[in-house]
Design a protein around this ligand. Structure first.
Ligand code: GAR
Length: 199
């Protein structure tokens, strides 16, 4: 059985959707570790309620390289095969990425490469795009930049607020993150240049 490690910083709804997919057998794996960098993350509570192994490794005032070594050590000690960032609001160091080559996924609430970084939904609204969405991609040390596994598009409506657009995108996030994890764990993909071809 493949082992998934989840990293999160907050609400944890993407993590919850992944846990639901694992429970329903849509993802053939177990969640071996849920790690938060923030002690108050709701995602930690959800993990504990579900009886999943959850730990907080606080990142406050810890230099990035040192922090990432702590996280990598925890993930390795839990023998994690795939790391899923689920609202983990930190850049990963090159060493972290090298410790899990093509084994780290992230979900981002825009159609990358548009609107990387914070408040992607607000950025999209302010830019005036008519379509936005979400992206699951492999993680490299650049911000929101690695090879794209899956994307989903949603319309941007005239009367949207950042909240209403975020909610429409989030429903798609919950759907495609599990789908991408299943594809990656099953090895149903190959890389051509920076293009991920899903078989
Ligand atoms: C999600 O919308 C996710 O795409 C976004 O944070 C939210 C976390 O929600 N991630 C990023 O913006 C990463 N750059 P959740 O904690 O309920 O899953």
């Amino acid at each position: 059985m493949k082992r998934i490690g989840i990293l999160l910083s907050g609400r944890g709804s993407n993590f919850e959707a992944i846990a639901d997919s694992v429970a329903a057998g849509r993802i053939e794996a177990e969640i071996a570790a849920v790690i938060s960098n923030r002690p108050t993350a709701r995602g930690l509570e959800i993990a504990r309620e579900r009886g999943l192994p959850a730990v907080c490794i606080p990142s406050k005032d810890v230099p990035r390289e040192e922090y990432d070594r702590l996280i990598v050590a925890e993930l390795k000690s839990q023998q994690v095969d795939l790391v899923c960032l689920a609202g983990f609001m930190r850049l990963l160091s090159a060493e972290f990425c090298q410790a899990f080559p093509m084994r780290i996924l992230n979900i981002h609430p825009s159609l990358l490469p548009a609107f990387p970084g914070l408040d992607a939904q607000k950025q999209a609204l302010e830019h005036g795009v008519k379509i936005s969405g979400c992206t699951v991609h492999f993680v490299d040390p650049q911000l929101d930049a690695g090879p794209i596994v899956l994307q989903a598009a949603v319309p941007v409506l005239e009367n949207d607020t950042p909240e209403s657009l975020s909610a429409r995108i989030l429903a798609e996030e919950h759907r495609i993150y599990s789908e991408a994890i299943a594809v990656v764990l099953a090895g149903r993909w190959r890389i051509e240049g920076r293009r991920v071809v899903v078989d």
